[in-house]
Design a protein around this ligand. Structure first.
Ligand SMILES: [Zn+2]
Length: 156
């Protein structure tokens, strides 16, 4: 049932300026309560349960945006270097990093950290630092994770 005055959900019958109206809580404040309307308990409960469930769900999994360096950075470096016709030492010099460090990057032995990747980005003109969404389980989900079998981990 809708409020006679504003159309929101009516919760009571109130006397307002002489007239008996079916009104919502805020409109009811302007008059005198005649009768509380029977609240549609079932519907309300279901809705609040849904809301509670939704709230619980969002509380359980916390999504975060983290910065990470692209895993294919070595390949990108190599492609770029070859395009320039430079050897690893020459390209390392251009990047202002040690040749051994560069070698590790290109071979994939090490992945540059965020700061290093930011510098490489400027030379490569390719974004190397990417944002990924990670879900970190908190509360109940953590318990769930704790009870995961080894098989679950392997499948991941
Ligand atoms: Zn109203």
């Amino acid at each position: 049932m809708d409020c006679d005055l504003c159309g929101k959900q009516a919760i009571m019958i109130a006397r307002i300026e002489g007239a008996q109206l079916t009104v919502c809580a805020s409109c009811g404040k302007h008059g005198t309560l005649v009768k509380q309307l029977p609240v549609q308990t079932k519907t309300l409960r279901t809705t609040s349960q849904l809301q509670a469930a939704a709230a619980a769900k969002s509380a359980v999994v916390k999504e975060e945006l983290i910065e990470t360096v692209r895993k294919d950075v070595g390949k990108l470096l190599r492609t770029h270097r070859e395009k320039l016709g430079l050897n690893q030492e020459q390209f390392a010099a251009k990047l202002q990093i040690r040749a051994s460090t560069y070698h590790h990057y290109e071979s994939g032995a090490t992945v540059p950290d965020i700061a290093a990747a930011r510098k490489l980005e400027q030379v490569l003109k390719v974004p190397l630092v990417v944002h990924v969404k990670v879900s970190s389980p908190v509360g109940a989900a953590r318990d769930e994770q704790r009870s995961m079998t080894l098989g679950d981990f392997v499948r991941r």
